[in-house]
Design a protein around this ligand. Sequence first.
Ligand SMILES: *Cc1c(COP(=O)(O)O)cnc(C)c1O
Length: 379
Amino acid sequence: MTLLSPLPAASTPTAEHSPAGAVLTIDLNAIVQNWRALAARVVPTECAAVVKADAYGLGAQWVAPKLAAAGCHTFFVAHLDEGIALRRILPPPARIIVLHGPMPGTDADFTAHQLLPVLNSPEQVAAHAAHARSLSRKLPLVLQTDTGMTRFGLTLGELDQLLARDALAPLDVVLHMSHLACADTPSHGANAAQRDAFNAVRARLPGIPASLSASSGIFLGPDFHFDLVRPGAALYGVAPRPQVPNPMKPVVRLSGRVIQMREVAAGTAVGYGHTATTSAAARLATVGVGYADGFLRSLSNSGAAWYGGVRLPILGRVSMDSIIIDISALADGTLAPGDGVDLLGPDQDLDALARDAGTIGYEVLTSLGTRYERHYLGA
Ligand SMILES: *Cc1c(COP(=O)(O)O)cnc(C)c1O
């Protein structure tokens, strides 16, 4: 009895007699290889790593130290509490940048934990400058401008006003950043427009290192690299360019365990709401993964599990803790209770599962719950 279907990697753990409904295997070495590949692509630009949302659900406490050991120097998180948690396991000189910047009243936390805030608005700049004055110190920070995403950052007009009032004087801007809205669509005109707008802002901030691109932007070419790139998703195996084969190494494997199997006649209704009915006699298996595990309910009647290269369609609705799959395509006796079928693996990557779920690989990844038994390769 094997938990995982046959696959090329020799390092796959077998977890026979595991108490969990599903096993998530996270390959830390593949994350490092992805970071190295991106870093090599952008030389001499610095390659940071985005580890927000617990490293896209994969465990920042595992991922960040591994990347730091590989030579990554700069890490991005979204919220202050993520930064505080990361600082506990990632001491200086590693740089930790908090994308959302300070909420009112939290400026002192950034100094206390040696975190770099991204200042996104005139209000954040004013509050942080006041904090710097109260300490009689120049405080390092990252300044974000909005070049066309309309989400975070100062407008050009706001920046000019701040510069005219010398409002940045108490602050030490160590990085200027902006974010691309359409980088996964290389032909989109917004990319060049944002790059040109970014260059116009850079002219106002002479000598300050600059960063524009996340995973997809890296592939738009060297004129999008500037001094630092900030990949997240590509590190974790999501395709940075949906239009071409994925150059990144797969990082996650999700194996759901068969709990029960049954043979049913044609015309048998299956699952909640009877949204599926077998069109012929079939063999079905119930697998211990559901939407409470982050296995998206939109995969009802649309997604599939895989076993040894064979597609096993999901029949009926995804339940909270289980799915029902049609295993008729496998020879009788191939699977036994306790065996694993792949939900993410060599036959079905994050992006493929995302397509069946009507979403993007990012959401599949960040939804992977805390309920799976986790195996870290390369820990
Ligand atoms: C999330 C995020 C990134 C990383 O984006 P990916 O597409 O996952 O590489 C980079 N920069 C900012 C501002 C972000 O919010």
